[in-house]
Design a protein around this ligand. Structure first.
Ligand code: MG
Length: 382
């Protein structure tokens, strides 16, 4: 049963190109399936989330992270009576616009574009992938996704200014996105904070004592786990604490969204869209814990010197290949050389690099950059 403020598939804004309906899958289910069958989705497996394979094959990559976001988002959606099919499609597509090498890759690609008077934004890139780059269907370019999925790709994580992005006008930039899209960003944060604590601890970059000291909320759950399971190994108590932390954040989010819906007098989807603020948010107590967790992970993991070799690789490989293809576009695949007749070369080079997996970009680097310098991060992988 959908809540009155949920998105209803029968009222979807529809697809760019009309298609006959499917006998037993609705349009949002089909969109979810189109994302799963796309090449961009499969490439997530070989894209870094935080840790490269240098550390371990069982740490998260962008694909397993995406699956975790979908699981969390679907749980929240079903509790709130939101459209689970739309939420699942949005969660599965939310990271397809990410370039190789995680956050460092995104930063490097953005700096390369800024030197040419432009920028790189992974949400805008994701929209270009689903609208144009995926070549799968005979009847149209792209995946021909419904309006709500395209809108969610653009609006799930932040608001774009209508005057700065006139090309996005169709996505109702002056309105909030539906709750199905709003909750993706928070499910994403819950997924990666807990996963990064887990992988960081397994990688011996985060110590249990430091996590407990820096994050009182984690310490509380760890003490509970110790009381309940005093004789099990530390990692199992750690897992137990992490599981409780995840549940704590998800439970708070569900209850707080319900409260905000009530307080704002939301009766339908139009009220969600017209509301001045986003309705998906943690309570102030959990928001404080969220921000402590974020600060802790930045200080102790994301900015730790241990991850520098990967960051340096990302910066060097992306910037050198970008410059190489700008100077020698004849080395681009012919389809990209064709595209460069209609669009600025820098955008075409950016699109080409952004689509690559970590593996593929390293191959390109070895092929084209004769001064290939093997850094710590790359040599030890495998
Ligand atoms: Mg994500």
């Amino acid at each position: 049963m959908l809540a009155e403020y949920a998105v209803r598939v029968e009222q979807s804004g529809g697809r760019r190109f009309a298609e006959p309906s499917h006998p037993y899958r609705n349009d949002f289910q089909r969109d979810r399936d189109r994302v799963i069958h796309s090449r961009a989705f499969r490439r997530l497996e070989a894209k870094t989330q935080v840790f490269t394979r240098r550390y371990s094959d069982h740490f998260r990559n962008r694909l397993t992270h995406t699956i975790e976001v979908a699981q969390i988002a679907r749980t929240i959606a079903l509790q709130l009576g939101l459209n689970g099919d739309l939420v699942e499609a949005l969660a599965l597509v939310h990271d397809v616009g990410h370039p190789p090498f995680g956050h460092a890759g995104e930063k490097a690609l953005d700096s390369a574009m800024r030197a040419h008077g432009s920028f790189f934004d992974h949400n805008l890139h994701a929209l270009r992938i689903v609208e144009d780059f995926e070549m799968r269907y005979a009847a149209f370019r792209g995946l021909n996704l419904t309006f709500e999925v395209r809108e969610g790709i653009i609006k799930h994580s932040h608001d774009y200014d209508a005057s700065q992005f006139p090309e996005l006008a169709e996505y109702l930039l002056d309105q909030r996105p539906p709750l199905e899209a709003q909750l993706i960003d928070l499910a994403d944060e819950i997924a990666y904070y807990t996963a990064d604590l887990d992988d960081g601890y397994e990688a011996h970059l985060l110590r249990l004592e430091d996590i407990c000291e820096g994050l009182p909320v984690f310490a509380r759950f760890y003490r509970e786990a110790e009381r309940t399971y005093p004789s099990v190994m530390e990692k199992l108590k750690f897992n137990e604490a992490l599981k409780r932390l995840l549940d704590h954040m998800v439970g708070d989010l569900i209850r707080n969204i319900e409260k905000r819906i009530r307080n704002a007098g939301i009766k339908g989807l139009e009220d969600v869209r017209a509301c001045r603020h986003r309705l998906a948010a943690f309570s102030s107590a959990v928001e404080k814990e969220r921000s402590e967790t974020k600060k802790f992970l930045y200080a102790n993991l994301y900015f730790s010197a241990a991850l520098d070799p990967e960051k340096n690789d990302a910066e060097r490989v992306i910037s050198e290949l970008f410059d190489l293809w700008m100077a020698h576009p004849e080395n681009l695949p012919s389809s990209y050389q064709e595209k460069a007749k209609q669009e600025p070369l820098s955008r075409v080079v950016c699109d080409y690099i952004a689509g690559m997996t970590d593996n593929y970009i390293y191959e390109q680097y070895e092929k084209y950059c004769p001064k290939f310098n093997v850094a710590a991060g790359t040599t030890e992988k495998g």
